[in-house]
Design a protein. Sequence first.
Length: 205
Amino acid sequence: MKSHNKKIYLASKSPRRRELLRQVGIDFDLLSLRSDPARGIDVPEDVFDGELAQDYVVRVALEKGAFAWQVLQQRRQPLRPVLTADTTVTIDGDILGKPGDLAEARAMLEQLSGRTHQVLTTVAVHYTDMAEHLTQVSNVRFAKLTAQQIAAYCATSEPYDKAGGYGIQGLAALFIEHIEGSHSGIMGLPIFETAVLLRKAGFQV
């Protein structure tokens, strides 16, 4: 399969994913999936009963990709590789999504405090007959957090648009004692795995 395009589509609203692609020189256009925000989210991100974190991130990333590819064809836009991703945090068998309010953000940070958790990011690429994915798993150990640290962090805007209620690229970097895995994967887009999939789609990285 050959792609002679010099750009891909990024079907994600995450500013961190945009930043990471620019960092390694991958040119992209944003693929907006909804023109009317009142219509709701593009792909439901509810967790199925008993669903494991690894199965969850794969399912959601692939569903986002399939939907994005369908939108691209419906709009008759030039066909290029479409990149999607999903990130989740898991500990004690729980899947920690984005906290909906202060209480949820505080509870998540209390659960992560002084312990090691996993951050899983699945990246998916759709292009013509290709629909492939890779998942990157990192271990992250938090220092023991005080109630004052948690309250101060929850008073910022950082926890509320990020899985697990924190962002490694922001103030929460102060909480992290050790990581084992991919820094970019923890941010939301594992660059190595992304490059592998784009090369399989014929895109030069």
